[in-house]
Design a protein around this ligand. Sequence first.
Ligand code: SF4
Ligand code: SF4
Length: 461
Amino acid sequence: MRISRYSISLKIDEDQYLLINSRTGAVDLVDRDVVDLIENGFSQGDSSIGEFLKERGHLTDLSPEEELEYMEEFCGRLHKRFSQTRTHIIIPTYTCNLRCTYCWEQLLHSRGKEWINRTLSLEETDLFFAALDELDEKSTRKKPLIYFGGEPLLPENEELISYIMKEGSKRGYTHYFVTNGTNIPHYLPLFRKNAVHGVQITLDGTQEVHDARRKGPGNEGSFQRIVEGIALLSSHRIMTHIRVNIDYSNVDCLESLASFLKMKGWHINRYTVPYLASVFNYGCGAYAKAYRREESMSHLLSLWKNESIWEVFKRGVSGFHSLESVLRDEVWSPQFYNCRAHSNQLFFDPHGNIYPCWESVGEEDHCVGQFIPSLEFNRTYEMWRKRTVMNMKECRECSYAFVCGGGCAYHAHASKGSIFAPVCQPTRQVLEEYIPFCYRKFLSEGWVPPAVEQNTAQGRY
Ligand code: SF4
Ligand code: SF4
């Protein structure tokens, strides 16, 4: 037996290590002696421990080449399976009623007003659904239809949104809205008529800070309207994810925002989940207050270490990184790619174009096809789908590969000119800081790790 090429040991205390396997998702607390034994091929260890470590994937009888071959085949199977259930995101228009200081879609404004203001017609919406019918023909399970923008819930688009919801509901889709939340009262009757899966609304700080970041064209703030919208949704039992975009310009008000959310009871309400998200600059560098990628993880960790911030945002932390789900005893699946842009996620825009990723919408470089006049994919589509850790030289050799997935392709393209360049940040920090942090945090909150006491060199039982 030898140590798996996908096992990593991380020191978390004087004599305690986390053994993480990026193939199996095993996260095990062991002592230094076990790490030494594994690193030396476990030739002298207790055989019951050896069996356990093999079961968890840390030890293997396969050669490094055989392990890679196994993963290659597994990747192919998983990719095919995940691609069968698609997530469709519709952008009815790129127009928005706010002018957020950090909005990455600002770059699209250089295309001119006419381009930005274009909105799908009802006839074009029929072509969108014709494309969905074709793509989902064989799918047995439908994921919620996601509405994105610009701002999808502008009052003037009510007829269009009503039509999309009606046609979507008819086909068995539920509906999820990524909205700035300024027009919730207007759309509530429509929400109540259809199956709304949830809503994502961004609240960026206390009123003063939020209003300075998320303002309308006349500089008017949006805080009050958004807060009223969230209250309305939760009172109608509509799941609302409260996203807080953080960067250098609002991070200092987070504790006050946490107090506000606590005062509203939104940290424990079944229908409201506050969570934090970092604002980054990609290649363009348009927004000076954005987080630098290499610093973002440390900032998030220092925020979560603050008890009052943790108390409010901890439910939203779940899902921040897939490996953390293992600590919650959920099923692990190796991250062959970093996000669903490479498997089953498609954005349909008001110009009839299709894109793979949230950040790429409207950019010609990343257009993967059209749905007007009919569904057609181009070569870029194949490229995005091919970006797995198996198809990137550095990632194939990397022991972090299936925890990382190769990083963000959009960032790779913006910073290195190719979606096939690896983006290693922040995987190392996730492993070295975030996972040990969660491990300790969950322990202190009463979580019992699987077989933690048994994984010592002295004996498993
Ligand atoms: S992007 Fe970097 S850390 Fe991630 S799998 Fe590739 S080489 Fe490893
Ligand atoms: S490629 Fe990057 S920006 Fe695009 S959806 Fe994936 S993680 Fe997000």
